[in-house]
Structures are given as structure tokens and as C-alpha cells.
Write a protein that binds this ligand. Structure first.
Ligand code: ADP
Ligand code: MG
Ligand code: MG
Length: 200
């Protein structure tokens, strides 16, 4: 358990730092096709999780993930809060209840599917799912972590030509085309930070 709590603390800090460093950029992306708050929303969520780090470190990994998810729902707000929250809460639940032989990518896939159900969104709708699914694919193919991170970043870029079908950006219709989705971008940043931390 000691190892897990150090891992959780390190990952929380890595995520907090990358979101803080990219807050303005994420707001800028959201100003193009949304309401300009994605960076501040994500920063609020990450700060709230960081504030709970000591409590989280005492919990077994599934419980910690579930608690992080709940904190994200309550603090990110907007559309992204319930979606990132569902991802973490479901990862915690699935991890707790998984069959022994089920590996992490299987758990992740179930959590991503729960996010898709929650947002009534699919791949190609120009959301964070357009990063989550490729990240899952890369992990399931046992790609090295540098490749997983690169795949996440490329996938975020690939949301630019998409037309938004869900969330605020969908109100713009064709005018959403040509802009990177802010949620996809935050998801790629977080993936890269996590991969980098795990490699060290
Ligand atoms: P809000 O749009 O409420 O201001 P944010 O700006 O924090 O919330 O988050 C916007 C991001 O949330 C979008 O860029 C998109 O990736 C994601 N998103 C919005 N609605 C959905 C949905 N229904 N399904 C999946 N992702 C969504
Ligand atoms: Mg917004
Ligand atoms: Mg908003």
C-alpha cells in the first residue's frame, strides 16, 4: 500500500502542475468554441484533489480513485466535471470489482464507456473521448508510454477538423470546425503528464 500512496501523490502533483501551466491555453481553446472556462475549471478540480492528497494517500487505490472522481465532479463543474469524475469513479469501482486476470486497459475501457454513456457521446463527436479511446487502444496494444503520450497529443490535434456534436461547442455547428477541442486537449496534457511521471 505504501507504494500505491506514493504513486497516487506523484500522479496528483504531476496532473496539477501540467493543468496550472496550461490553464490559459485551455481557456483560450474554450474561448474559440465554448465559454472560455475550461482551464480554470480544470485547475479548480486539480487544486481540490491536491488539497485532499493526505487523505487520499491513506486509501487503497480503488477508493482513492473513486474519491478523486467525486472531488472532480464537485469542483470542476461545467460539462467536464461529471465526465472526468465518471472516468475516475468508474476506474475505482471497476478496479475494486475486477476479476484477477483483468488488466488495466480492460478497466480503463469500461470507465471510458461509462463516460460516453454519461455524455451521450461517441468517438468523432469532438470531445475528450477522442483522446481517451486512442489512449486505451495504445495501452491495449502495449505501446511504450512515450508512444501513448504521443498518440494522445496527436489525437487531440485530430479533433480540429471534427464538427462538435456534444456540449457547448455543438451549438456552433460547422463553425466548431478548425479548432482543437479543449477537453481533448486537457485530456492529452494529463495523459502526457501521467506517462512522463510513470516513466521516471
Ligand atoms: P462547459 O462546456 O460546461 O463550460 P468545460 O469548458 O469545462 O465545460 O468543458 C468542455 C469540454 O467538455 C469539451 O471541450 C468536451 O471535451 C467536453 N464535453 C462537453 N460535453 C460533452 C459530452 N456530452 N460528452 C463528452 N464530452 C463532453
Ligand atoms: Mg467551458
Ligand atoms: Mg462553463
Amino acid at each position: 500500500m505504501q507504494g500505491e500512496s506514493v504513486l497516487v501523490a506523484g500522479l496528483i502533483e504531476a496532473c496539477r502542475v501540467t493543468i496550472a501551466a496550461n490553464r490559459d491555453h485551455l481557456c483560450e481553446l474554450d474561448r474559440e468554441i465554448g465559454d472560455g472556462d475550461h482551464g480554470t475549471n480544470m485547475q479548480r478540480g486539480c487544486e481540490a484533489v491536491s488539497a485532499e492528497e493526505k487523505d487520499l494517500a491513506r486509501l487503497p487505490l480503488p477508493d482513492a480513485l473513486e474519491k478523486i472522481g467525486l472531488t472532480l465532479v464537485m469542483n470542476i463543474g461545467g460539462a467536464a466535471g461529471p465526465l472526468y469524475g465518471t472516468l475516475l469513479m468508474e476506474m475505482g469501482r471497476k478496479l475494486r470489482n475486477r476479476d484477477r486476470e483483468e488488466e488495466f486497459p480492460v478497466v480503463l475501457k469500461q470507465a471510458i464507456d461509462a463516460v460516453a454513456r454519461r455524455g451521450r457521446a461517441h468517438a468523432g463527436d469532438k470531445t475528450l473521448l477522442d483522446v481517451l479511446y486512442p489512449v486505451h487502444d495504445a495501452l491495449a496494444q502495449r505501446s511504450p508510454l512515450t508512444d501513448v503520450a504521443r498518440r494522445a497529443e496527436l489525437s487531440a490535434d485530430l479533433t480540429a477538423p471534427m464538427k462538435a456534436m456534444r456540449g457547448r461547442a455543438s451549438y456552433l455547428g460547422d463553425r466548431s470546425i478548425g479548432h482543437v477541442d479543449p477537453g481533448a486537449s486537457s485530456c492529452a496534457l494529463l495523459t502526457t503528464a501521467i506517462c512522463r511521471y510513470l516513466q521516471e
